[in-house]
Design a protein around this ligand. Structure first.
Ligand SMILES: Nc1ncnc2c1ncn2[C@@H]1O[C@H](COP(=O)(O)OP(=O)(O)O)[C@@H](O)[C@H]1O
Ligand SMILES: [Mg+2]
Length: 409
C-alpha cells in the first residue's frame, strides 16, 4: 500500500453508510483510512500494521462487535486510542461505563464527517503530548508522517538577552512571508516576549488561554488554528501573555504541537527565551536549525561559546547557525568567528533607527523599508535558508569546519 506511507492510519469500524464519507474526509485530512467489517478483521489489521494512530468504532450496531473491537485495541501492550461513535440517547448509559480508557473519546450521532476528521487530528496531537516517550508507536507514526514533515522548524536562540533574537525572528519571518512562503512565528519567550505587540496585534489568543480552557470543554486546537494572521500574511502565535500562568505549557506538549504545526506552513520560526529551560530543550530537540544571533561584544560572545559547548554535549552542535548581528560595529566578522570557533551563517548590519521606527508602527523593518540595507541582509538570510539543497550538506560543511577548528586548537 505505497500511498499509505507516512500517513497516520485510522482504522474504521462503522456502518456501511458512514464508512465512505468518513474515509474520504480522513483521506483529505492526510490520514490513511482503513475500514474493517468486524472485530476480527480489526484484530488482524492491527497485528499486521503496527502504526495505527486512532480507531473509530461504532458502539451502537451489534453491541458485542463494537465492544470486542474496542478490547482488541488494548490487547497485550497495544494502546490505540478510540473514538467511540454512539447515539446521543446513549450518553446516560455510557457515563456509568468504567471500561473506556483515558485517551478514548465519544462522538455522538448525528455527526459530520468533518467533525470526525477534526477529532481524530486532536487525538493525535494530544497523544503526542500525553505519552511522549511511553507511546513510541503512535509518536513515530506522527513524527515520520509526510503531513507533519512539510515545514522546517527554525529556533532562534542565544542564552543572552538583547542580542537580537526577536528582531531576527520577526524580520526573517517577514522576509520569508514576502517571498511567498507560509510562516508561523511562535513567540515562546513567556517572560519577555513581545512579538504580538511589536506587530501591533493586541489581545490575540495565546496557547496558555486555549489550553487552560480545555478542561472546561474548550476545543483542542492546533497551533495553526490558534495563530492570528498579521496584515502581512504572517501567522503569529504567542505561548503566553503573562509570565506567571505558564504551568499548562508542558514542554513535550508544546514541542509536539510545534512539530505538528509544520504541516501547515513552510517554516515554523520559534523565538525563545534566553535560558536552558526544559521547554527550550524540548524545542531544540525538534528543531531543524537553531539560529544563534550574536552581537560583537564580550558577554554575547561568551554566551555563544557556552552554547557551543552545551550544544556539543546535547549532540546538536551541527544544527547551530551563527548569525552575526550588528555586524558592522567594530569587531571584524573574521575575529568573531575565530573567537567563537564557528563560521557565520549570515550577517545583519546595525540599523537601530529603522528598527525603532518599525516597532512604533507595529510592522517589521522588512515590510516598512524593503530597500534598506539591513532588510537586504534579512532577505539574503531568507534566501540562504530557502535555498539549502539538503540539510545533510549544511551539516557536513559545519562538521568539517569543526574539525578544522579543533585541529588548530
Ligand atoms: N541589527 C540591529 N541594529 C540595531 N539595533 C538592533 C539590531 N538588532 C537588534 N537591535 C535592537 O536591540 C534590542 C534588543 O533586540 P531584541 O531583538 O529584542 O533582542 P533579544 O530578543 O535577543 O532580547 C532592540 O532594541 C532591537 O531593536
Ligand atoms: Mg527577545
Amino acid at each position: 500500500m505505497p500511498t499509505s506511507l507516512g500517513r497516520p492510519a485510522v482504522v474504521i469500524l462503522l456502518p456501511a453508510t458512514e464508512v465512505g464519507p468518513v474515509s474520504d474526509e480522513l483521506r483529505a485530512g492526510g490520514f490513511d483510512p482503513l475500514p474493517v467489517a468486524d472485530a476480527r478483521e480489526m484484530a488482524a489489521l492491527l497485528d499486521a500494521k503496527r502504526d495505527v494512530a486512532v480507531a473509530v468504532i461504532d458502539l451502537e450496531g451489534s453491541p458485542s462487535n463494537g465492544h470486542s473491537a474496542w478490547s482488541v485495541l488494548h490487547r497485550g501492550r497495544r494502546r490505540v486510542p478510540a473514538l467511540l461513535v454512539v447515539n446521543a440517547s446513549a450518553l446516560d448509559r455510557i457515563s456509568g461505563d468504567e471500561e473506556t480508557r483515558e485517551d478514548d473519546e465519544y462522538l455522538t450521532r448525528p455527526y459530520s464527517a468533518e467533525s470526525i476528521r477534526w477529532r481524530v487530528e486532536a487525538m493525535c496531537i494530544r497523544s503526542i503530548a500525553v505519552d511522549d516517550g511511553s507511546g513510541p508507536v503512535l509518536q513515530t507514526s506522527i513524527e515520520t508522517a509526510d503531513w507533519s514533515r512539510r515545514g522546517q522548524l527554525l529556533a532562534v536562540f542565544n542564552p543572552k538577552g538583547g542580542v537580537g533574537k526577536t528582531t531576527l525572528a520577526m524580520n526573517l519571518s517577514a522576509s520569508l512571508t514576502a517571498k511567498g512562503r507560509g510562516v508561523l512565528l511562535v513567540d515562546a519567550d513567556t517572560v519577555t516576549g513581545h512579538v504580538s505587540t511589536s506587530l501591533g496585534m493586541e489581545g490575540v489568543a495565546t496557547v496558555v488561554d486555549a489550553w487552560r480552557d480545555e478542561p472546561d470543554g474548550g476545543p483542542v486546537l492546533t497551533f495553526d488554528e490558534l495563530a492570528s494572521v498579521h496584515s502581512s500574511g504572517l501567522k503569529v502565535l504567542a505561548l503566553s501573555s503573562s509570565p506567571i500562568h505558564t504551568e499548562v505549557l508542558e514542554p513535550q506538549r508544546v514541542a509536539g504541537a510545534v512539530t505538528v504545526a509544520r504541516r501547515h506552513v513552510d517554516y515554523v520560526i520559534v523565538d525563545l527565551h534566553p535560558s536552558y529551560s526544559p521547554l527550550n530543550r524540548a524545542l531544540f530537540d525538534r528543531s531543524d536549525r537553531i539560529l544563534v544571533p550574536v552581537t560583537p561584544d564580550l558577554p554575547a560572545i561568551r554566551a555563544v561559546i557556552q552554547l557551543r559547548d552545551v550544544a556539543e554535549e546535547l549532540g546538536m552542535r551541527d544544527r547551530l547557525s551563527l548569525i552575526v548581528n550588528r555586524a558592522n560595529s567594530g569587531v571584524s566578522v573574521a575575529d568573531l568567528e575565530k573567537a567563537i570557533g564557528m563560521p557565520s551563517y549570515a550577517q545583519i548590519r546595525s540599523d537601530g533607527l529603522l528598527l525603532v521606527k518599525a516597532a512604533n508602527e507595529g510592522r517589521t523593518a522588512v515590510e516598512m523599508a524593503p530597500r534598506e540595507k539591513i532588510v537586504q541582509d534579512f532577505n539574503t538570510l531568507a534566501d540562504r535558508i530557502m535555498g539549502l539543497p539538503e540539510p545533510e550538506a549544511a551539516k557536513s560543511q559545519l562538521r568539517l569546519f569543526g574539525r578544522t577548528v579543533s585541529a588548530r586548537a
